[in-house]
Structures are given as structure tokens and as C-alpha cells.
Design a binder for this molecule. Structure first.
Ligand code: PLP
Length: 393
């Protein structure tokens, strides 16, 4: 068989590898605490499950419009108006099987050999993978611990070349838990006026998971960028619906039709019952969202404080999502060695920062989508393991 050369360039999400290794160790009888996984440890709220079940029972078994049922796209537009204060046309919403699909479509739409696409590093690994797969050159945007894992707007603007087609951004962020401050977005948005051909994909999938009074800033709120911003969001994190596979993109007027065409070629539509469940999520009670957020908030405080008590580890506050990204420089270990040692010997699944790009060296990602007892036990195991190593040295 002779495969296309681009298959060599496709990356992966190592969180799934760690999950498989953790599962194998558990099956062999080992006690493993999993802080590697990036999904809420909650069930989808009952009223949402019920809406999906009812749709199935009512005979919603066929294809739907490729971009999603109109009532769902209208609900998405209403949700964006409510939580982001921005009006969008429901016809610019394209419902797809998960948040990831919008980023893949964006990479395919803008990427080709000779083009450059920028992406945050450390960042969600599929950005770099999808960009490379498209044939474009991935250009990293370094994120800095000193600014709560934000980027430097001037540095981003300075890296724009005549080949730059698209900038991918993510706030609140995976894997850092960082939230980009409004001033930084303002500065970037102002600078982009000088680059009218550069589009932006704003991954805002964690927009409802913010702490310490932090505000969500959407790139859609800058009027001069409206015709070149793609908003990526979905239901996976906000409503604990990772396994349902549904998300959406809000595309500029000129691109919505093209995104729909990609959907027609690729997935036809999202399965109908899931679209009805997603509708219930947006239009139904929102108290479960706040319950999850405040639970994550408690765990966040616990894990950050506990990590900071360990010698050799320093952890800045996680302001959003459900990840902590401690600096492990003081342990003397590289990220991969620490990840493997913790999994195999201490029984704690975490993810090496390098799984999120080269700038992740010196960091570990811990998900706090786990119970407080598990978090306490995991951090205790990490401390003991590091202590034993230090004593043995
Ligand atoms: N964007 C970011 C930043 C994520 O962390 C994730 C999932 O982990 C996604 C997108 C993809 O979400 P989905 O499961 O809806 O495809």
C-alpha cells in the first residue's frame, strides 16, 4: 500500500494513549488515579438525556439539514447573544460532530503548502496536527507562565508574514487553564487591522468555565474582525456531553456555505437525537452549568495549593477550564520522564506538557475533573514519589 505523504504529518492526542495505559495498569490490578483525562466527571444533566431519548422515541431517525436543524442554530445564536452580547445570524452557524470538527474544517479551508497558520503552544494538540495535515506550516504562538499562560500580542503580530492565513486562539485554554486578558485581545485585534487578509479561529469551548471573577472575551466582539473570525464552541465541556459528539462553528458570511459543504462531504449531519438533546441543553435550566463550575472551582483551589506545597513544583492559578499546569523545573526531571514515572510507579495519570507542543517542556498537565479525595490522594502520591527519588539520589 502507498499512503499519502500527509499521513506522516498527522499528529495525535496523547491523552488517549495515557488513558489506554492507565486502563491497562488498572486491569492488571494497580490503583491508578486518573488526572489525565480532559472531560467533566459529571453525567449529562437528566433533562438533556431525556430530550435525546424522546427524540429517538419520536422517530427522529433521519438525516437533518447538513448545517443542523434550524431551531438548534437559532438557539445557538440566542445563546451567543445572551452570554457574549453579540448578534450572529443562525445561517452562519454550522453544527458539527464535536468541537474538534470546526478546527479541522478551518485548517483544511485555509491550509495548503506554502501557507502558514499560527496556533498556541503549549496548546490543544489537534491544532498543530490539523495544520500540518493540511500542508500548511504550523507557526507556534508561545504562551508564558508569567502572564498566566497568555500570549504577547506584539509577538503574535510580529510573526505574521505574507503567507499567514489564519491564527488559532484558545481562551480559556487547554492545557494551561490560562485566560487571555481583555487588554491582550484588544491589542491583537487593533494590530490585525493592518493585516486584513488574516483570519482568526477562536476556540471558546471553555467559555463558561471561568474562576476568580474572570470575564470571557470573545473575538466576535471586535466589529472590524467580524467578517474574518470563526468561533468554535460546543456542548462537550459546558454540559458534560463529550460522548454525544456535537459542537458548532459560527463562520463569517463568506465561509458558512463552504463549511457546510465540508460537512456534506464528511459527516452529512450530526445525528438527530443529539441535536435535540443539544437544543434542550441551550434552552433548558442552566443551574447544572453553575454547579459544575463551582465544583471545579473548589477542586482548582485545592489542587493548585497542594501542588505548590510540593518541593520542586510551582503552579500558577488556573483561571479557566479544568486544568492545572505546574512548572516542574525544580524536580530536575523532564516532562515525559515525570509523566511516565508517576503513571508506572506512583499510580497517577498526568500528561507531559510536551504532549501539547515543544513549549510545554518543563510542565505537566493535571485535570481537576476528578473528586477532591482523588485529587488529594494523587498529589500525596506525587509528593511521596518525588521525595523517594530525592532521597535515593
Ligand atoms: N478545543 C479544546 C481546547 C479542547 O480542549 C477540546 C477537547 O478537549 C476540544 C476543542 C474538542 O472538543 P470536542 O470533544 O467537542 O470535539
Amino acid at each position: 500500500m502507498r499512503l499519502a505523504e500527509r499521513m506522516e504529518r498527522l499528529g495525535t492526542e496523547t491523552a488517549f494513549d495515557v488513558l489506554a495505559r492507565a486502563g491497562a495498569l488498572q486491569a492488571a490490578g494497580r490503583s491508578i488515579i486518573n488526572l489525565g483525562i480532559g472531560q467533566p466527571d459529571f453525567r449529562t444533566p437528566d433533562h438533556i438525556v431525556e430530550a435525546g431519548r424522546k427524540a429517538l422515541a419520536d422517530g427522529q431517525h433521519g438525516y437533518t439539514p447538513a448545517n443542523g436543524i434550524p431551531v438548534l442554530r437559532e438557539a445557538v445564536a440566542a445563546d451567543i447573544a445572551k452570554y457574549r452580547g453579540v448578534e450572529v445570524d443562525p445561517d452562519h452557524v454550522v453544527v458539527v460532530p464535536g468541537g474538534k470538527v470546526t478546527m479541522f474544517f478551518a485548517a483544511l479551508m485555509f491550509g495548503e503548502p506554502g501557507a502558514e497558520i499560527m496556533y498556541p503552544n503549549p496548546g490543544f494538540p489537534i491544532y498543530e496536527s490539523a495544520i500540518a495535515f493540511s500542508g500548511a506550516t504550523p507557526v507556534p504562538i508561545p504562551l508564558y507562565e508569567e502572564t498566566g499562560f497568555s500570549f504577547d500580542a506584539d509577538e503574535v503580530l510580529a510573526r505574521i508574514t505574507p503567507r499567514t492565513r489564519l491564527i488559532m486562539l484558545n481562551s480559556p485554554a487547554n492545557p494551561t487553564g490560562g485566560v487571555v486578558p481583555r487588554e491582550t485581545f484588544d491589542r491583537l485585534a487593533a494590530g490585525l487591522e493592518a493585516h486584513p487578509r488574516v483570519a482568526v479561529m477562536s476556540d471558546e469551548i471553555y467559555s463558561r468555565l471561568l474562576y476568580e471573577g474572570r470575564e470571557h472575551v470573545t473575538l466576535l466582539s471586535y466589529p472590524h474582525l467580524r467578517d474574518r473570525v470563526i468561533l468554535l464552541d460546543g456542548w462537550s465541556k459546558t454540559y458534560a456531553m463529550t460522548g454525544w459528539r456535537i459542537g458548532y462553528g459560527v463562520w463569517p458570511a463568506a465561509l458558512a456555505e463552504k463549511a457546510t459543504r465540508l460537512a456534506i462531504n464528511c459527516n452529512s449531519c450530526v445525528n438527530a437525537p443529539t441535536q435535540h438533546a443539544a437544543l434542550a441543553a441551550l434552552t433548558g435550566p442552566q443551574d447544572s452549568v453553575e454547579t459544575m463550575r463551582s465544583t471545579f472551582d473548589e477542586r482548582r483551589k485545592l489542587i493548585v495549593a497542594a501542588l505548590n506545597r510540593i518541593e520542586g513544583i510551582g503552579c500558577v492559578d488556573s483561571a479557566g477550564a479544568f486544568y492545572a499546569m505546574p512548572n516542574i523545573g525544580g524536580t530536575g526531571l523532564d516532562a515525559r520522564t515525570l509523566q511516565d514515572g508517576l503513571l508506572e510507579e506512583a499510580g497517577v495519570a498526568t500528561i507531559a506538557g510536551t504532549s501539547y507542543g515543544a513549549y510545554g517542556e518543563g510542565y505537566l498537565r493535571l485535570s481537576y475533573a476528578a473528586g477532591t479525595e482523588e485529587i488529594e490522594e494523587a498529589v500525596a502520591r506525587i509528593e511521596t514519589w518525588l521525595g523517594q527519588r530525592a532521597n535515593a539520589a
